[in-house]
Design a binder for this molecule. Sequence first.
Ligand code: HEM
Ligand code: HEM
Length: 220
Amino acid sequence: MHENKFKHYIWELPVRCCHWINVASIVTLVVTGFFIGTPFSFGSSASDYVMGWIRFVHFVAAYAFAVSVLSRLLWSFIGNRYARWREFLPFLTVKGREKMVKMLRYYMLIDRQVPETFGHNPMATTAYLVLFLLYLLMILTGFSLYAEHAPQGLMHKSLGFMYALFSSQGMRLAHHLGMWFILGFVVNHVYSAMLMDIKEHAGEISSIFSGYKFTYKKED
Ligand code: HEM
Ligand code: HEM
């Protein structure tokens, strides 16, 4: 199937693990978060603790998510060139800006030929930069809401700047809106992954499971 192509190891194990832990935790956080925002009860019995369990699952997924995001950030200083933090700021270099223009021309249907990319596509990494800022917003507002029950605790004290910036309701609103922006990203992301898989013939979707891509060019 991949004859006359070059095989490259692009996504290292930590990148793939963080990707799929993020996906699983975001799905869990969105579903449980939706119910936290729109609570329900099975009846009037005092033993009805269903919302308590839903919040508990939200917090377990929240810790998994926060650890995974932090690990990916650390890996951006350790990993291969495709995982590096520089990849997420493509607009800082002339070469990066040229690649972005090429990609944009393809997306705007000006060019028909898709530019072959080895690692991330520079338009995608710009979107990931915004996504990581959203992750930061979700983690900061989430842990600040969470720490409200223990005003004497270390977590509350370290997040003091958040309580100065936001009211409780402001934090909840930002946390809720953040969810919709993440969902908006996901729709676009999965569509783009399928589009690139079909157009580039490089095995885009399988690459985020196996780590390998198959390209016509030998080098980037
Ligand atoms: C992608 C990540 C996340 C998503 C999509 C998400 C989603 C949500 C949503 C939709 C709500 C309901 C807000 C409302 O309408 O009132 C909520 C509440 C909450 N979330 Fe998250 N969340 C995420 C991450 C986190 C993190 C990292 C924490 C950290 C502990 C967290 C802690 C909380 C807390 C404490 C509440 C309020 C619970 C309550 O009032 O009972 N969330 N979340
Ligand atoms: C909650 C859902 C998802 C989120 C938030 C998400 C986010 C991300 C992020 C941040 C990256 C960059 C990876 C890194 O360098 O750390 C990435 C890469 C990738 N994701 Fe997802 N993803 C999601 C779901 C999916 C799904 C369902 C698929 C498969 C259809 C997919 C396919 C890919 C592929 C192929 C890449 C590598 C391509 C590239 O970035 O150039 N993702 N995703």
